[in-house]
Design a binder for this molecule. Structure first.
Ligand code: OOG
Ligand code: MG
Length: 262
Protein backbone atom coordinates (compact mmCIF):
# COMPACT_ATOMS: atom_id res chain seq x y z
CA UNK A 1 0.00 0.00 0.00
CA UNK A 2 1.23 3.46 -0.87
CA UNK A 3 2.13 5.60 2.13
CA UNK A 4 -0.14 8.57 2.83
CA UNK A 5 1.14 12.09 2.30
CA UNK A 6 0.98 12.58 6.09
CA UNK A 7 3.39 9.71 6.65
CA UNK A 8 5.68 10.91 3.83
CA UNK A 9 5.71 14.37 5.38
CA UNK A 10 6.46 12.97 8.86
CA UNK A 11 9.37 10.94 7.44
CA UNK A 12 10.73 14.03 5.66
CA UNK A 13 10.60 15.83 9.03
CA UNK A 14 12.67 13.09 10.65
CA UNK A 15 15.25 13.03 7.84
CA UNK A 16 15.62 16.79 7.50
CA UNK A 17 16.04 17.17 11.26
CA UNK A 18 18.79 14.54 11.27
CA UNK A 19 20.48 16.18 8.27
CA UNK A 20 20.35 19.68 9.73
CA UNK A 21 21.41 18.72 13.27
CA UNK A 22 23.84 15.96 12.26
CA UNK A 23 22.47 13.11 14.29
CA UNK A 24 21.75 9.50 13.47
CA UNK A 25 18.33 7.92 13.16
CA UNK A 26 17.26 4.29 12.88
CA UNK A 27 16.69 3.04 9.34
CA UNK A 28 13.23 4.21 8.26
CA UNK A 29 12.41 0.69 7.13
CA UNK A 30 12.82 -0.55 10.74
CA UNK A 31 9.62 1.27 11.58
CA UNK A 32 8.05 1.11 8.09
CA UNK A 33 9.11 -2.21 6.56
CA UNK A 34 6.40 -1.82 3.91
CA UNK A 35 7.92 1.42 2.59
CA UNK A 36 8.46 1.11 -1.19
CA UNK A 37 11.09 2.67 -3.46
CA UNK A 38 8.34 4.95 -4.80
CA UNK A 39 7.53 6.05 -1.24
CA UNK A 40 11.21 6.78 -0.63
CA UNK A 41 11.40 9.01 -3.71
CA UNK A 42 8.22 10.71 -2.48
CA UNK A 43 10.14 11.53 0.73
CA UNK A 44 12.87 13.06 -1.49
CA UNK A 45 10.21 15.17 -3.26
CA UNK A 46 9.12 16.43 0.13
CA UNK A 47 12.73 17.22 1.13
CA UNK A 48 13.14 19.15 -2.12
CA UNK A 49 9.93 21.08 -1.47
CA UNK A 50 11.21 22.14 1.94
CA UNK A 51 14.68 23.09 0.66
CA UNK A 52 13.19 25.25 -2.07
CA UNK A 53 10.81 26.79 0.45
CA UNK A 54 13.77 27.87 2.58
CA UNK A 55 15.54 29.37 -0.41
CA UNK A 56 17.88 26.60 -1.59
CA UNK A 57 18.30 26.11 -5.33
CA UNK A 58 18.25 22.68 -6.98
CA UNK A 59 21.43 22.28 -9.06
CA UNK A 60 20.86 18.77 -10.30
CA UNK A 61 21.18 15.18 -9.22
CA UNK A 62 23.57 12.55 -7.96
CA UNK A 63 23.66 8.92 -8.93
CA UNK A 64 25.00 6.61 -6.24
CA UNK A 65 25.89 2.96 -5.87
CA UNK A 66 26.92 2.89 -9.51
CA UNK A 67 30.25 1.08 -9.07
CA UNK A 68 30.97 -2.42 -7.82
CA UNK A 69 33.28 -1.03 -5.13
CA UNK A 70 30.46 1.09 -3.73
CA UNK A 71 27.86 -1.66 -4.04
CA UNK A 72 30.10 -4.07 -2.17
CA UNK A 73 31.00 -1.53 0.49
CA UNK A 74 27.35 -0.72 1.22
CA UNK A 75 25.74 -4.09 0.51
CA UNK A 76 23.22 -2.46 -1.84
CA UNK A 77 23.33 -3.54 -5.47
CA UNK A 78 20.96 -1.13 -7.20
CA UNK A 79 21.86 2.49 -8.07
CA UNK A 80 20.04 5.26 -6.24
CA UNK A 81 19.46 8.88 -7.18
CA UNK A 82 19.37 12.02 -5.08
CA UNK A 83 18.92 15.77 -5.38
CA UNK A 84 21.79 18.29 -5.18
CA UNK A 85 21.29 21.86 -4.03
CA UNK A 86 23.58 24.87 -3.84
CA UNK A 87 23.50 24.58 -0.03
CA UNK A 88 25.57 21.37 -0.32
CA UNK A 89 28.27 22.93 -2.50
CA UNK A 90 31.60 23.98 -0.99
CA UNK A 91 34.53 25.75 -2.68
CA UNK A 92 37.65 24.00 -3.86
CA UNK A 93 40.63 24.45 -1.51
CA UNK A 94 38.23 25.46 1.22
CA UNK A 95 37.22 23.86 4.49
CA UNK A 96 34.29 21.70 5.48
CA UNK A 97 33.07 21.91 9.04
CA UNK A 98 32.96 18.34 10.28
CA UNK A 99 30.85 19.38 13.26
CA UNK A 100 27.93 19.73 10.83
CA UNK A 101 28.26 16.08 9.80
CA UNK A 102 27.76 12.68 11.43
CA UNK A 103 30.33 10.26 9.98
CA UNK A 104 31.40 11.63 6.60
CA UNK A 105 33.15 9.76 3.81
CA UNK A 106 34.56 11.09 0.56
CA UNK A 107 34.14 9.82 -2.98
CA UNK A 108 35.80 10.82 -6.26
CA UNK A 109 33.28 11.28 -9.04
CA UNK A 110 33.00 12.61 -12.56
CA UNK A 111 30.34 15.30 -12.84
CA UNK A 112 28.48 16.29 -16.00
CA UNK A 113 27.00 19.67 -16.84
CA UNK A 114 24.24 19.40 -19.42
CA UNK A 115 23.66 21.92 -22.12
CA UNK A 116 20.28 20.53 -23.19
CA UNK A 117 17.41 18.66 -21.64
CA UNK A 118 17.29 14.86 -21.58
CA UNK A 119 14.10 12.89 -21.34
CA UNK A 120 12.40 9.59 -21.88
CA UNK A 121 12.69 5.93 -21.06
CA UNK A 122 14.70 5.40 -24.26
CA UNK A 123 17.53 7.81 -23.50
CA UNK A 124 20.83 6.54 -24.93
CA UNK A 125 24.44 7.11 -23.98
CA UNK A 126 24.93 8.92 -27.32
CA UNK A 127 22.18 11.35 -26.37
CA UNK A 128 23.86 11.97 -23.02
CA UNK A 129 27.20 12.71 -24.71
CA UNK A 130 25.47 14.99 -27.20
CA UNK A 131 23.64 16.87 -24.44
CA UNK A 132 26.77 17.33 -22.29
CA UNK A 133 28.32 20.76 -22.14
CA UNK A 134 31.38 19.58 -20.19
CA UNK A 135 32.56 17.21 -17.49
CA UNK A 136 34.43 18.24 -14.36
CA UNK A 137 36.04 16.45 -11.39
CA UNK A 138 34.11 16.37 -8.14
CA UNK A 139 34.43 14.98 -4.65
CA UNK A 140 31.24 14.07 -2.89
CA UNK A 141 31.06 14.03 0.89
CA UNK A 142 28.43 11.47 1.82
CA UNK A 143 27.08 11.27 5.34
CA UNK A 144 24.37 8.71 5.95
CA UNK A 145 22.04 9.72 8.72
CA UNK A 146 21.58 6.04 9.57
CA UNK A 147 23.30 4.44 12.51
CA UNK A 148 26.66 2.86 11.71
CA UNK A 149 26.27 4.01 8.06
CA UNK A 150 24.08 0.91 7.48
CA UNK A 151 20.95 0.96 5.36
CA UNK A 152 18.88 -0.69 2.65
CA UNK A 153 18.03 0.80 -0.75
CA UNK A 154 14.68 2.22 0.37
CA UNK A 155 16.09 3.91 3.45
CA UNK A 156 19.08 5.44 1.68
CA UNK A 157 16.84 6.90 -1.03
CA UNK A 158 14.65 8.53 1.64
CA UNK A 159 17.86 10.07 3.09
CA UNK A 160 18.53 11.60 -0.34
CA UNK A 161 21.29 9.11 -1.10
CA UNK A 162 23.38 10.22 1.91
CA UNK A 163 24.08 13.57 0.18
CA UNK A 164 25.70 16.16 2.40
CA UNK A 165 28.41 18.20 0.64
CA UNK A 166 30.23 18.29 -2.67
CA UNK A 167 33.25 20.10 -4.03
CA UNK A 168 33.92 20.70 -7.71
CA UNK A 169 37.42 21.41 -8.94
CA UNK A 170 40.06 20.64 -11.51
CA UNK A 171 39.27 21.80 -14.99
CA UNK A 172 36.25 21.36 -17.22
CA UNK A 173 36.82 19.07 -20.18
CA UNK A 174 34.95 18.43 -23.39
CA UNK A 175 33.50 14.90 -23.42
CA UNK A 176 34.83 14.37 -26.91
CA UNK A 177 38.43 15.03 -25.88
CA UNK A 178 38.72 12.17 -23.37
CA UNK A 179 37.99 8.47 -23.24
CA UNK A 180 35.46 8.53 -20.43
CA UNK A 181 36.09 4.89 -19.54
CA UNK A 182 39.77 5.22 -18.76
CA UNK A 183 40.05 8.31 -16.59
CA UNK A 184 42.27 7.35 -13.69
CA UNK A 185 41.61 8.72 -10.23
CA UNK A 186 43.71 8.72 -7.07
CA UNK A 187 42.29 9.68 -3.68
CA UNK A 188 44.74 10.89 -1.06
CA UNK A 189 44.18 11.73 2.58
CA UNK A 190 46.94 13.70 4.31
CA UNK A 191 49.30 12.84 1.47
CA UNK A 192 48.68 9.11 1.63
CA UNK A 193 46.96 7.20 -1.13
CA UNK A 194 43.66 5.72 0.02
CA UNK A 195 42.15 4.40 -3.22
CA UNK A 196 42.80 4.31 -6.94
CA UNK A 197 40.40 3.58 -9.76
CA UNK A 198 39.35 4.21 -13.34
CA UNK A 199 36.11 5.71 -14.56
CA UNK A 200 34.87 2.52 -16.25
CA UNK A 201 34.14 1.32 -12.71
CA UNK A 202 30.98 3.40 -12.96
CA UNK A 203 28.64 1.25 -15.07
CA UNK A 204 31.36 0.73 -17.75
CA UNK A 205 31.07 4.44 -18.63
CA UNK A 206 29.94 7.23 -16.27
CA UNK A 207 27.44 8.54 -18.85
CA UNK A 208 25.48 5.32 -18.23
CA UNK A 209 24.68 6.69 -14.76
CA UNK A 210 22.95 9.59 -16.50
CA UNK A 211 21.07 7.23 -18.82
CA UNK A 212 19.75 5.46 -15.72
CA UNK A 213 18.92 8.76 -14.04
CA UNK A 214 16.94 9.92 -17.10
CA UNK A 215 15.07 6.60 -17.18
CA UNK A 216 14.32 6.96 -13.49
CA UNK A 217 13.04 10.52 -14.00
CA UNK A 218 10.92 9.37 -16.97
CA UNK A 219 9.29 6.73 -14.77
CA UNK A 220 8.21 9.64 -12.54
CA UNK A 221 7.10 11.83 -15.50
CA UNK A 222 10.08 14.12 -15.05
CA UNK A 223 12.91 15.28 -17.32
CA UNK A 224 16.55 16.14 -16.67
CA UNK A 225 16.60 19.89 -17.33
CA UNK A 226 19.17 21.75 -19.42
CA UNK A 227 21.87 23.17 -17.17
CA UNK A 228 21.70 20.28 -14.71
CA UNK A 229 24.78 19.34 -12.71
CA UNK A 230 24.97 15.56 -12.27
CA UNK A 231 27.44 13.52 -10.21
CA UNK A 232 27.73 10.01 -11.57
CA UNK A 233 28.81 8.08 -8.46
CA UNK A 234 31.95 7.12 -6.60
CA UNK A 235 34.55 5.36 -8.76
CA UNK A 236 36.15 3.66 -5.74
CA UNK A 237 34.88 2.80 -2.26
CA UNK A 238 34.19 5.82 -0.04
CA UNK A 239 36.94 6.91 2.37
CA UNK A 240 36.04 7.84 5.99
CA UNK A 241 37.42 11.18 7.14
CA UNK A 242 38.04 12.97 10.42
CA UNK A 243 38.62 16.47 11.66
CA UNK A 244 41.90 17.86 10.31
CA UNK A 245 42.05 15.55 7.29
CA UNK A 246 43.26 16.98 3.99
CA UNK A 247 41.55 15.40 1.01
CA UNK A 248 43.02 15.45 -2.48
CA UNK A 249 41.51 13.66 -5.47
CA UNK A 250 43.63 13.64 -8.62
CA UNK A 251 41.89 12.93 -11.92
CA UNK A 252 43.84 11.98 -15.01
CA UNK A 253 43.83 14.87 -17.51
CA UNK A 254 41.19 16.70 -15.48
CA UNK A 255 43.15 18.21 -12.61
CA UNK A 256 42.47 17.76 -8.94
CA UNK A 257 40.03 18.64 -6.19
CA UNK A 258 41.17 19.37 -2.67
CA UNK A 259 39.80 20.63 0.63
CA UNK A 260 40.19 20.13 4.35
CA UNK A 261 37.94 19.06 7.21
CA UNK A 262 38.03 21.34 10.23
C1 OOG B 1 24.88 6.01 -0.71
C2 OOG B 1 25.34 7.04 -1.71
C3 OOG B 1 26.34 6.45 -2.65
C4 OOG B 1 27.94 6.94 -4.53
O1 OOG B 1 28.61 7.75 -5.16
O2 OOG B 1 28.00 5.73 -4.75
C5 OOG B 1 27.03 7.43 -3.48
C6 OOG B 1 25.92 5.74 0.33
O3 OOG B 1 26.87 5.00 0.06
O4 OOG B 1 25.79 6.27 1.43
O5 OOG B 1 26.93 8.64 -3.34
MG1 MG C 1 28.47 9.70 -4.42
Amino acid sequence: MKMTSQVISALADIVIHAQDRAHTIPKLTDQYPQMSIADAYAVQDELQRRWVERGDRVMGYKAGLTSKAKMQQMGVHVPSFGILTNAMSRPENGVINIGELVHPRVEAEIAFILRSELRGPDCTIEQVIEATDFIIPAVEVIDSRYEKFKFDLTSVIADNGSSSRFVVGGRPRDVNDLDLRTIGVVIEKNGEIQAVGASAAVLDHPANAIVMLVQHLASRDQVLPAGSFVMTGGITEAIPVEKGDNVLARFQEMGSVSFRFV
